[in-house]
Structure formats: structure tokens, C-alpha cells
Design a protein around this ligand. Structure first.
Ligand SMILES: Nc1ncnc2c1ncn2[C@@H]1O[C@H](COP(=O)(O)OP(=O)(O)OP(=O)(O)O)[C@@H](O)[C@H]1O
Ligand SMILES: [Mg+2]
Length: 492
């Protein structure tokens, strides 16, 4: 058996040099009060509680009250009572990611949960709650990143180091579009954070959506909805820490998080337990302070490092796009992809609402031709959607307005272009080529096609015959019979 000496030395170096401990003085709801060590603790520190049944429950300090530390456990509270020993643990919670993490599924502590054996340990500590690189050390966003989804690649093109939100109500296709991106992206490495989602979905995502090939160049961090709020929140932090490791190796990382809303909900649970008063829709001010700290960690890396391109799903509660989390996240990110329930209901997936989705970096990264193409497609969609109700009711008569006629011709073709199966991949170049084909005026009426159905502006002009081709047909001389006209009578 080979022994990795440097890994053992690393582990030894990480052992704390001393142990300080206090005692549990009260337990209320999810909170444990610890007395005796409060002067040595600060917010975010770790504390290990030894339960009566011999378990060591890792906890985090989330507040102080009446001279005692308030700690919240990462595991179940069973077996913890007054007088249990509470030990101060490592000061800066960190993980030690490594290349060997690729293809693995880990939990919120960075420990393997896929049953594929122990994980390698890298030489460098990556703090779970790292600060984002300062603005002046960061590069600018890079070139385009291929995400393999036609609607996204063309209408909300994403650049290396960009951060985008995917906003939708429940069941409109957020996880599905994210899984397509994970599978089809051209990024070097994908780090997926499944935060607070259903256990069934996590398994399906890994086995069916990512598949063996996708997983080989991904790391998946999972914390399901049944886990304590600290675990769910930490899964989001660990996702970012793993992405930061690969970015520092000079790689282009795609970081996908499903969902930021569950992260915000976990933070809300933690803050409310610590006694923080709620601000908006029960969300506490700490939630709105934590969101930018998390999301800013994605983005272009410092010089000579890679980038983290972030795509974060946001569950829009009650389809109200102005609810507080959507509003806050939209303000932090560099673009938003809006999935629309009405579009999903008519069976067009991905249900991307082109007119409500934007990528702030797109106009700058496109060529002039591409910008013109996209602007034209958007104009057609907008014209059609303005008139959709009248067209559906049959109140619009073809031929009344050339722009509307054009929109009526192209709109269904654009819809077909946007419709994409989960199993289908289209690269960036093909996306533009296909869209250009869709918007090309038809060459000649197809067999059986009603010429009147063609758009007025796109109707082909018949080619003028060349002068030399004109054949003047000699008509046989005809006798013109005089037409009998009434002879005008003088007016008397
Ligand atoms: N590209 C697609 N092709 C066909 N069907 C799709 C596609 N995308 C989504 N769907 C349909 O939409 C359903 C819901 O998708 P999904 O689970 O991704 O939604 P969600 O927004 O993540 O839901 P939740 O809010 O519950 O997490 C899927 O079960 C599937 O039937
Ligand atoms: Mg989902």
C-alpha cells in the first residue's frame, strides 16, 4: 500500500495545538447555548459538542446572548443536553480540494458521499467563506462561453467570468436547463452545487443529466432539503471554494448552483433562530448581506488565473419577479435568463422569455452581424407578441401591416429554433448559423405553399429578364374591327 507522506504531513500540520472547552447551558429549538468559552469565540467559529451518545456534533457560532455563545449544529440535536462538553474547533473552516475531486460527489463538508472511496487532499487550504478577489485585481470578462443551449447561446450569450441568474417559478424548467449546460458546456471544469433540492432530484441529476461523461469533468456538492440549514448554506460556500481552487489552477470553471433561493432560505432560518428581526417577506437583513458575498465569488479571476462563470437558479415564489430574493439577486448579477410559465404551458422548452432576458455583456462580445441578427429576431418576437391577441382572435387581417405580416411568418420559425430537447446539443457557431437561416427570406414558394402567407418585406422580387433574353414574338397581323361608338349629338 502506498502512503502519501506529504498528505499525512499536511494533515498533521492541520491538527490544533490546544483544546479549549465549555459546557452546554441551554438548548432551545435549533439553538444551543454554550457557557465558559464565549470570550474565545466569534461569529462563524466552529465548536464541537460531544453528545451523551458519544457523537461529536460540529456546530457554528451564530450569535451571543446574555454572556453566552449561541451555536447551531450541522447535525441532529438528539443526545445533546445541559452539561455536554463544547470544544472550540479549527478557527477558519477550510477544505483542501484537489484534481482528484473531479468526478466526485461531496457534501457540505467536502467529504465524499458517492461511495467511491476516500478523496485526495490538496496542499492548500481553501477557506469555505473566502472573500471575492478585489475589484482592481480582477481581469475583465473574457470571450464567449458555449453552453450548448440555442436560446441561451444566441439571446443571452454568456462570457467567461460572467454571472447570470436563471429566474422561474416552480416546475418551469430551471434544473433541466442547468443540467443541459452542465453536460454541453465548453468550460474546462464544472462545479455543481445542489443546495436544498430534493434528494430524488440530486440522484437523477448526477446519473441521468450529467451522466458518466459529464461527471468526469465535474465536482458535485450536494446538500438536500432535509439537512439542517447550516449544511444547506455551507454547501453553497463549499461549491464556491471548489470552483476557486480550479480557477486558481488557471482553468475556466462553470459554476452552477441550484438554487440560490434555498441558500437564502437557509440563511433566513439561521438568522431568525439567532433572534434577528425579519425585514422583507420574513427574510432578515443578514440574507441580503450574504447574497452579494456569495455571488461575487464567481466572476473573472485575478491575472494569470482562470475564471468562474456562474449560473445561479432563483425560484421565483408565486411567479412574482419582484419578490425580494429575485430583486436582490437580479441587482447583483450580470444578466438574467427568465423562464416563463405561459411558454412552458404551451410546451416550448426551454421556456426562455427572450424579451425579458438579458445578458449585460452580450452586445460587447458579439460581432456587428450577430448583434444585427439578434436585434432583428427580438424585433420580430416583440412585434408578434404585441399583436398576438388580435392574431389569435382573427381580428388582424393579413396585408394590413407589413411588419406584422413579417412577424407572423417568422415567429413560428423562431419558436422552433428556440425549442430544444434535453438530449440535444448545439454549439455556438451552429446556433448563429441556424438563426440566420431561420431569418433568411425564402427563395421561392415551396410546393403547396400559399404565396399570400409570405411576409410582404421578404417576398422575393421576380428576377428581371436580361435585355438580350427578351424575345419579341411576332403577332400575326389582325384586322381591327371598328367599334361602333355613338355619334355625339350637338347640344341644342
Ligand atoms: N428541455 C425540456 N424538454 C422537455 N421538457 C422539459 C424541458 N425542460 C423542462 N421540461 C419539463 O419541465 C418539468 C420541470 O422541469 P424542472 O424540474 O427542471 O423545473 P424546476 O424549475 O427546476 O422545478 P422546481 O422549481 O420544482 O425545482 C420537467 O419534468 C419536464 O417535464
Ligand atoms: Mg429544480
Amino acid at each position: 500500500m502506498s502512503v502519501n507522506i506529504s498528505s499525512i504531513l499536511n494533515d498533521l500540520e492541520r491538527l490544533p495545538t490546544h483544546h479549549l472547552f465549555g459546557r452546554v447551558s441551554a438548548v432551545q429549538g435549533l439553538l444551543i447555548e454554550v457557557a465558559g468559552i464565549q470570550n474565545n469565540l466569534s461569529i462563524g467559529d466552529r465548536c464541537n459538542i460531544h453528545s451523551r451518545d458519544g457523537r461529536r456534533v460540529v456546530s457554528e457560532v451564530i450569535g451571543f446572548r446574555e454572556g453566552r455563545a449561541l451555536v447551531m449544529p450541522f447535525g441532529p440535536l438528539e443526545g445533546i443536553g445541559i452539561g455536554c462538553r463544547a470544544e472550540i474547533a479549527e478557527a477558519i473552516p477550510s477544505i483542501y480540494p484537489d484534481q482528484s475531486w473531479l468526478g466526485r460527489v461531496v457534501n457540505a463538508f467536502g467529504r465524499p458521499v458517492d461511495g467511491a472511496g476516500a478523496l485526495g487532499s490538496g496542499p492548500e487550504a481553501y477557506p469555505i467563506k473566502a472573500a471575492p478577489p478585489s475589484a482592481h485585481t480582477r481581469k475583465r470578462v473574457g470571450g464567449k462561453l458555449d453552453l450548448g443551449v440555442r436560446a441561451v447561446n444566441t439571446f443571452t450569450t454568456c462570457c467567461h467570468g460572467q454571472r447570470m441568474g436563471i429566474f422561474a417559478g416552480s416546475g418551469v424548467g430551471k434544473s433541466t436547463i442547468l443540467s443541459m449546460m452542465a453536460r454541453y458546456t465548453s468550460a474546462d471544469v464544472t462545479v455543481v452545487g445542489l443546495v436544498g433540492e430534493r434528494g430524488r432530484e440530486a440522484r437523477e441529476f448526477i446519473e441521468d443529466d450529467l451522466g458518466e461523461e459529464g461527471l468526469r469533468r465535474s465536482v458535485v456538492v450536494v446538500s438536500t432539503s432535509d439537512e439542517p440549514p447550516l449544511m444547506r448554506r455551507q454547501a453553497a460556500y463549499v461549491t464556491m471554494a471548489v470552483a476557486e481552487y480550479f480557477r486558481d489552477q488557471g482553468l475556466n470553471v462553470l459554476c452552477l448552483m441550484d438554487s440560490v433561493t434555498r441558500f437564502a432560505m437557509a440563511q433566513r432560518e439561521i438568522s431568525l433562530s439567532a433572534g434577528e428581526p425579519p425585514a422583507s417577506k420574513g427574510y432578515t437583513p443578514a440574507v441580503f448581506a450574504e447574497l452579494p458575498k456569495l455571488l461575487e465569488r464567481a466572476g473573472p479571476g485575478p491575472k494569470k488565473k482562470g475564471n468562474i462563470t456562474g449560473l445561479f437558479t432563483v425560484l421565483v415564489e408565486g411567479d412574482d419577479h419582484n419578490e425580494p430574493i429575485s430583486d436582490a439577486v437580479r441587482g447583483i448579477l450580470d444578466g438574467h435568463i427568465v423562464l416563463d410559465r405561459a411558454i412552458a404551458e404551451r410546451g416550448r422548452y426551454p421556456a426562455l422569455n427572450v424579451l425579458r432576458s438579458i445578458s449585460r455583456t452580450m452586445p460587447g462580445c458579439n460581432t456587428d452581424d450577430q448583434n444585427t441578427l439578434i436585434a432583428r429576431a427580438r424585433k420580430i418576437i416583440s412585434t408578434y407578441e404585441d399583436m398576438a391577441e388580435l392574431i389569435r382572435l382573427g381580428a388582424y387581417r393579413r396585408g394590413t401591416n407589413a411588419e406584422v405580416d413579417e412577424a407572423m411568418y417568422y415567429y413560428p420559425r423562431i419558436e422552433d429554433f428556440l425549442r430544444q430537447l434535453k438530449s440535444e446539443q448545439t454549439d455556438l457557431e451552429t446556433c448563429y448559423r441556424l438563426l440566420a437561416e431561420v431569418l433568411t427570406p425564402p427563395a421561392a414558394p415551396a410546393a403547396g405553399e400559399d404565396a399570400a402567407q409570405r411576409p410582404a418585406v421578404a417576398r422575393p422580387v421576380p428576377p428581371r429578364p436580361a435585355p438580350q433574353a427578351i424575345q419579341i414574338k411576332q403577332q400575326p397581323a389582325q384586322t381591327i374591327k371598328p367599334v361602333a361608338r355613338p355619334v355625339p349629338q350637338p347640344v341644342r
